[in-house]
Design a binder for this molecule. Structure first.
Ligand SMILES: C[S@@+](CC[C@H](N)C(=O)[O-])C[C@H]1O[C@@H](n2cnc3c(N)ncnc32)[C@H](O)[C@@H]1O
Length: 295
């Protein structure tokens, strides 16, 4: 693959000036692997890279860590820690994320409800402000004997004090796929409803799984989120020019969405930096259709 990889701190006018976000006296060997007009990607362990980011420098953090389900990601990450170790590992990167957030900045953590209960309690004890525990409906779960059918992921949304940015999102009024009629009668108030849609709820039933090959990286096929989920996170809590940090890059969904929406980003990925570079260079991975209306 022939891609532009920036390996020094010299800039030209078109690349993202990430240096103001990095603490002084950081080991000069720690350099981004790749820099675009909007963001900088570090190839490494977020537990090593997060500490170099300055306090109060980030507008929104989005984190989609491994869920400790014994999945095989790459060679360098572990997904089978004992429960207390997994939580301590999470608390460590969470502390760093909180430190880097600006006052009023937003922190999102996408995980299984089982872990997010613990991580949410940790965030409350750390003094963050609870906003929502968003349920993301999933259609790809498996029934588990003796249990309810697991059918949602949890997306925690906290802020560092009073939110500094909260943009109102409306989702389209739901239509029947077959007859194109409204699915609900809205208590007889349909005519007076806002034509741009209804207020975004804290249950998201319209986030598609990343199944079709046109939405995913050829060399990193699993565990990619829909661009639609990231569209919402980014639009809800940032304005163009703001800075988003995602410490678990995966296939680079967050960074791709930020590029499209003129947000800056800082990325970290331990095993798949090349796949992210490929995605951002060739822009060959399609985004899911999204008809949200942002006021
Ligand atoms: C669930 S995936 C993230 C998927 C991503 N949100 C997307 O849409 O493509 C988690 C990613 O975190 C990476 N990872 C695991 N441990 C890490 C660490 N300590 N530092 C940085 N990245 C890590 C894994 O390699 C994996 O790609």
């Amino acid at each position: 693959m022939d891609v532009f990889v920036q390996t020094s701190l010299s800039f030209n006018n078109s690349t993202f000036h990430y240096a103001p976000l990095i603490k002084n006296n950081v080991d000069k060997a720690i350099q981004p692997y790749y820099v675009t007009d909007f963001g900088a990607l570090f190839d490494g362990d977020c537990q090593d890279i997060l500490p170099i980011i300055k306090d109060f420098s980030i507008d929104t953090v989005f984190a989609d860590p491994p869920f400790n389900l014994n999945k095989k990601y790459g060679n360098k990450s572990k997904d089978n820690l004992i429960e207390t170790e997994y939580l301590s590992w999470c608390y460590k990167w969470i502390d760093e994320c909180i430190r880097t957030l600006k006052p009023g900045g937003a922190l999102f953590i996408y995980n299984l409800p089982k872990w997010n209960i613990m991580l949410g309690a940790y965030l409350i004890n750390a003094g963050l402000t609870f906003r929502h525990d968003i349920a993301i409906d999933m259609n790809n779960g498996f029934p588990i004997p003796g249990r309810l059918y697991p059918s949602h992921y949890s997306l925690l949304y906290f802020t560092k004090g009073k939110p500094k940015t909260f943009r109102k999102i409306r989702t389209p009024i739901e239509k029947c796929r077959h007859c194109d009629g409204d699915i609900k009668d809205y208590g007889g108030h349909r005519k007076s409803m806002n034509p741009n849609g209804v207020n975004l709820k804290d249950i998201w039933t319209d986030i598609p799984p990343v199944r079709h090959k046109k939405f995913k990286s050829k060399s990193r096929k699993a565990n990619a989120l829909s661009t639609k989920l990231l569209d919402r996170v980014v639009e809800l809590t940032t304005n163009p020019g703001d800075i988003v940090l995602d410490p678990f890059g995966g296939s680079g969904t967050t960074y791709d969405v930020c590029e499209k929406k003129n947000r800056h980003w800082i990325g970290i990925e331990i095993d798949f930096a090349d796949e992210i570079v490929e995605r951002l260079t060739y822009k060959h991975i399609q985004h899911h259709n999204n008809n949200d209306y942002v006021e």
